[in-house]
Design a protein around this ligand. Structure first.
Ligand SMILES: [Zn+2]
Length: 126
């Protein structure tokens, strides 16, 4: 589904010009994300969900979030993001030494997406 210009303007405004996931301000280059993926891996097979090609399923996202989320469901992505700290500790010496010197502090906070804290500006309005 290719969005019309009007639909892109509408989607961009959904969270006041911010990424639905991390909350950063969207620049000129942002992605129209499928909240529920159109194609995802289910039982190691590709399952297409063409019904997910709908405006109600679209979220404005910055490129890094959209690319990171990929074909994952929201909860799958949340779990994957939560594991990033373990990956950094396991595989990234520069991260560990920066942490040892107090330059990085792990908060242990859960992953909460921007849209979960602010709600949509366009949903629920008459
Ligand atoms: Zn983002």
């Amino acid at each position: 589904m290719r969005l019309t210009k009007k639909q892109r303007i509408e989607l961009h405004a959904k969270f006041a010009g911010r990424c639905a996931y991390c909350g950063c301000e969207l620049g000129d280059r942002w992605h129209a994300d499928h909240f529920e993926p159109v194609i995802r891996l289910a039982d190691e097979r590709v399952a297409e969900q063409p019904a997910n090609h709908a405006m109600g399923n679209m979220m404005p996202a910055c490129a890094p979030c959209n690319i990171s989320k990929g074909r994952q469901t929201l909860e799958g992505w949340r779990q994957w993001l939560s594991g990033h700290i373990n990956s950094l500790n396991s595989y990234t010496p520069i991260y560990r030494i920066a942490k040892a010197y107090g330059l990085i502090v792990e908060t242990g906070k859960p992953v909460v997406f921007h849209f979960e804290t602010v709600g949509s500006l366009t949903h629920g309005q008459a």
